[in-house]
Design a protein around this ligand. Sequence first.
Ligand code: MN
Length: 204
Amino acid sequence: MTNYLYQNDLPDNLNLGNMIAIDTETMGLNPSRDRLCLIQISCGDGDAHLIQISSDQKIAKNICSLLENPEILKIFHFGRFDIAVLFKQFNVLCESVYCTKIASKLVRTFTDRHGLKNLLHELIAIDVSKQQQSSDWGNPVLTQAQIEYAASDVLYLHRVKEELDVRLARENRTDIAQACFDFLPKRAQLDILGWPDNDIFSHS
Ligand code: MN
């Protein structure tokens, strides 16, 4: 279990396989206003790869080729936000995505608690602290607590996905989930293009 910290991009020739968990930390919750500070990636082996992004950075060659690669599935939790932030920063729209929050909403209809903390607790009996969530991710020197928190947001997503996939199959909602995942990058793009709060499918 190692947390690797990089500046600006992943190293060349790092093979993370065909399914990665990914999360971002930003200066706030408005993807049009608040800049990307950190990208966390794990291939589900207990290691986390954390990449600090500088404020004016527009290019991250290795990260963008991962994001655009349709052969590599990206597991997010509330991917709508992360995909929008990554699109805003690098002008690259993710392909092949899975979102544990959407999957949870489609199968855990008995609750409105779909936060990552809730999913980790209920589905794989892991308890994490969310204390660092609203800390200053723009700080060039991250604290150990920030690094551990950031890593914990990607370390368990493969296992959460596995549990959710079983439940999606049980409830016959695998296909509708996949359709939502297929649309998700475009939904995130609409957020950035100026339709953040509109349901474009609604009558009004
Ligand atoms: Mn996070």
